[in-house]
Design a protein around this ligand. Structure first.
Ligand SMILES: C[S@@+](CC[C@H](N)C(=O)[O-])C[C@H]1O[C@@H](n2cnc3c(N)ncnc32)[C@H](O)[C@@H]1O
Length: 282
C-alpha cells in the first residue's frame, strides 16, 4: 500500500489530468449522471435559507441544484481540488460560490458553519478519507446533516471497467490501479469501513443503504464511449493519443458497452451505490 503523502500526490495528479475530460463532458455528466447523486439530494432535503456545502463539486452541476433548493436567502458553496473544474463551474453557474481546495487539508471550509453537506461520488477518491470527512464535520453546525453517494463494488457498476478495458489497448499508460482501500471508485465498497471512517471523523447516526440506479444516455455509441473513457482512468491517456488511436479506443469501449445498449433506444447502465447519511451530534 502506498503512504498517505504518495496517495495525496497521486490523487492531485489524477484529477489535474482528468479535469479537461470532466469539463468537456460537464453537460452530459449533469444530465446522464444525475441518478448517481439524486438519492443524496433527496435525503439532504436542503431547505430555503439554508447554507449547504457540495464536496468534490466537479463542474458545479450539483451545487447549482442545491443553490436552487436553498434559494436566494440561502448559500450553496462547492469545493473541488481541481482549479480547472472550479473555473469551469464558475463559468457555467453564477449563483453558487465555488472554491478550489483540498478538503483533506482545509481545516474548515470558508463559509462554515453549514447546515448540511452533500457529496456525489467523491469521498471514496480521497487520499485520506478521515481527514476529508473531518473537514466536512468541522464545517457543519452542531446537528448538521451529511448525505453522500459512493459506488458499491465493481460488479454492480460493470460499464465502468468495461469502458476502460475497451479503450486501454489503444492508448498509452494508465494511472496505477488502486489496490485494497487505496482511493478509487470502489474504495468505499465495504459499508462497515464507511461507518468506521465517518465515526472516526466525528459523525453519528450513520445510515448506509444500498440503491440501484440506472444511467440512461441516448443511443449515440461514439459519444457515450468517449464520455465514459474521458471521465475514467483512461481519460488522460486518451486525450494524449493520436486521432486514429482515439477512434480505436472509442470503438473498443463501444464494443464492450454494447451489452448495455438497445439499438435505436439507448443505453441502460446499471450502478450499485451506497446512499450514506450521517449527522453531527448537537
Ligand atoms: C468522481 S469526481 C465527482 C465529481 C462530481 N461530484 C460529480 O459527481 O460529477 C470526484 C471529484 O472529487 C474531486 N476531489 C478529489 N479529491 C479531492 C479533495 N481532496 N478535495 C476536494 N475535491 C477532491 C475531484 O477533483 C473530482 O472533481
Amino acid at each position: 500500500m502506498a503512504g498517505a503523502a504518495q496517495l495525496r500526490a497521486r490523487n492531485a495528479s489524477f484529477w489535474e489530468q482528468a479535469a479537461p475530460g470532466w469539463i468537456r463532458h460537464a453537460e452530459r455528466q449533469d444530465e446522464f449522471g444525475r441518478p448517481l447523486g439524486a438519492a443524496a439530494i433527496e435525503r439532504l432535503r436542503a431547505a430555503p435559507g439554508e447554507r449547504v456545502l457540495d464536496v468534490g463539486c466537479g463542474c458545479g452541476g450539483t451545487t447549482a441544484e442545491l443553490a436552487a433548493a436553498v434559494g436566494p436567502t440561502g448559500v450553496a458553496v462547492g469545493v473541488d481540488l481541481s482549479e480547472a473544474m472550479v473555473a469551469a463551474a464558475r463559468h457555467r453557474f453564477s449563483q453558487p460560490r465555488f472554491l478550489a481546495g483540498d478538503i483533506e487539508t482545509m481545516g474548515a471550509v470558508p463559509g462554515a458553519p453549514f447546515d448540511a453537506a452533500y457529496s456525489r461520488m467523491t469521498v471514496m477518491v480521497l487520499a485520506d478519507p478521515v481527514a476529508g470527512l473531518t473537514t466536512i464535520a468541522q464545517s457543519l453546525r452542531p446537528g448538521g446533516r451529511f448525505a453522500a453517494t459512493v459506488f458499491r463494488d465493481a460488479g454492480t457498476v460493470p460499464w465502468l471497467p468495461a469502458a476502460v478495458l475497451g479503450a486501454a489497448p489503444h492508448v498509452g499508460d494508465l494511472p496505477p490501479l488502486p489496490l485494497g482501500n487505496e482511493p478509487g471508485p470502489f474504495a468505499f465498497a465495504d459499508p462497515a469501513r464507511i461507518e468506521r471512517l465517518l465515526t472516526a471523523a466525528g459523525f453519528g447516526t450513520v445510515v448506509i443503504e444500498p440503491r440501484d440506479v440506472t444511467l440512461n444516455p441516448p443511443d449515440e455509441p461514439d459519444a457515450v464511449a468517449e464520455w465514459l473513457i474521458e471521465i475514467g482512468p483512461a481519460g488522460a491517456a486518451y486525450r494524449e493519443a493520436a486521432a486514429p488511436a482515439q477512434a480505436s479506443a472509442r470503438s473498443g469501449a463501444a464494443r464492450m458497452l454494447e451489452r448495455f445498449r438497445t439499438h435505436g433506444v439507448g443505453y441502460r447502465l446499471p450502478a450499485g451505490i451506497w446512499l450514506v447519511s450521517a449527522e453531527l451530534g448537537g
